[in-house]
Structure formats: structure tokens, C-alpha cells
Design a protein around this ligand. Sequence first.
Ligand SMILES: Nc1ncnc2c1ncn2[C@@H]1O[C@H](COP(=O)(O)OP(=O)(O)OP(=O)(O)O)[C@@H](O)[C@H]1O
Ligand SMILES: [Mg+2]
Length: 266
Amino acid sequence: SFRDITARVRAEEQRDQLLLDERRARTAAEEAVHLRDDFLSIASHELRTPLTSLQLAIQSLGQRLARGMDVERVRSAVALSGRQVKRLGDLVDMLLDVSRIQAGRLELHTTPVELRALVDEVVAHLGDQIAQSGCALAVRAEQAVIGRWDPHRLEQVVTNLLTNAIKFGERQPIDIAITREDRVARLSVTDRGIGIPAEVQAQLFERFRRGVSSKHYGGLGLGLYITRTIVEAHGGRIRLSSEVGRGSTFCVELPLSTECPGDLSS
Ligand SMILES: Nc1ncnc2c1ncn2[C@@H]1O[C@H](COP(=O)(O)OP(=O)(O)OP(=O)(O)O)[C@@H](O)[C@H]1O
Ligand SMILES: [Mg+2]
């Protein structure tokens, strides 16, 4: 009868939909496993590199001690060791942050922060890296922009965006601009480097995602994920505009109100 056929067609449609959903879920799960496996191999490599360099520096220090000191060389080996230990520490901190975020344990400790002063501090901290990159850096802030944010977490945001601009900036100038409008503070980081294809832009804020080959550029693919999480925990958002071969601008918007949705400390 007509009713039987309608019921059968509906049942078939439901079955097709279920099959489609299942296939999508399987593809997503396979992709997640694939991303994680890639990540593990990249992460091992990223951790191994500074460790090997550190081992060599310590070995050479030992040899110099045995042969009598050459103060200059010892000094340079100690400086190199310090840099590699810092790099290892930064990588481990990133991994810890990701596990904190996954467990919903990213806490904000907010206090009044002046954005320009915070950016200047990060720039001073990255001084050597900026100098080595060959990128000229300009920081522009028309007025003081003070908000109630977590200074340590915001330093991470600026560090991640600036180290990306350096890494992908092809020795071209980088601009950081700080502005405010009504109740919003805006911080943008612009480079004139390799740029990002439109079709991968949205994905790069996800865990483990990278848009470049690990043969050419180091990194874990976690910086933007951590950055976005911190910005959103402050009730803000991050936007990206980019063109391949011309460069990228990452723009962070932070609310200037005293309320902070992610603030667990007050
Ligand atoms: N300024 C930029 N210009 C071009 N590509 C960029 C830029 N910033 C990020 N990307 C792309 O986004 C990807 C993800 O960036 P993200 O900072 O999360 O990871 P990463 O820099 O590769 O590693 P790390 O975890 O060490 O920061 C990069 O691998 C790169 O493909
Ligand atoms: Mg990065």
C-alpha cells in the first residue's frame, strides 16, 4: 500500500543517513589517529634536536676541563647549553599546557596589564631570535591600553604569534600594532612572509595542525591552538587574514571590561 511504501522509503533514508554518519565518524577518527601519530614523530624529533646539541656541548665542556680550560670556549658552550635547555623547557611547557587545556584546567590569574609594556617585554626577551631572523620589527601603540588579563598567558600569546612571524616571515619586516576601540583591545601581528592558503587557515588553530612540512620548518603545531584557547578564555577572539606569498596578519581582540569569563582566580 501507499503507506507501506512511504514507511519503507523513510526507513531506507534513515539507514542511509546512519551509514553516512558512521562513515564520517570513522574518517574523523582515522584522521585524528593519523594526526596524533604524525605529532608524536614530530615531537620526538623536536625534543631530540636540542637534547643532542646539549649532550655535545656538555661532552665538549668535559673534554676542555680535562685538557685545561679555554675560558672563551667554555663560556660559549655554557651559553649554548643554556639556550638548548630553554628550548627543551619551552617544548615541555607547551605539552603540559595542551594536557591542561584538554583536562579543562587552564586557569587565568588576572591583574591590570598594560599591553604595550607586555609586548616590549616579550620583544626584549626574544631579542636574539629577532636579530638572527633578519626581520625588522616595529611596535606601534597610539595610547596606553590597560585591561584585566593574565599577563603570563598573554605573554605566551604574543610570543607564539611573534615567533611564527619570525619563522615564516622570510626576513621581511614585522609590525605589531596595539589599538583600542570602545571596550575592545586589539593586538595585531603582521608579517610579509610565506602566507597561508585560504583552505587551511581555519584548521591551523586546532591541535597538532601544521600547514608546512616539518622538513623545512620546526615546530609542534601547538602554538596557535594554545593561543586561541588563551584568547577565548579571556572572552576574546583571534582572526587571521593572509595571502600566499604576501604575508599574514593575526589579530587578537580582548575585552576591556572587568568581567572575564574564563577567570577562575577571582
Ligand atoms: N605567520 C605565519 N605565516 C605563515 N604560516 C603560519 C604563520 N603562523 C602560523 N602558520 C602556519 O600555521 C601552522 C600552525 O602554527 P603553530 O604556531 O600552531 O605551530 P608551529 O609554529 O608549526 O609549531 P609550534 O607549536 O612550535 O608553534 C604552522 O605550522 C604554519 O603552517
Ligand atoms: Mg608556532
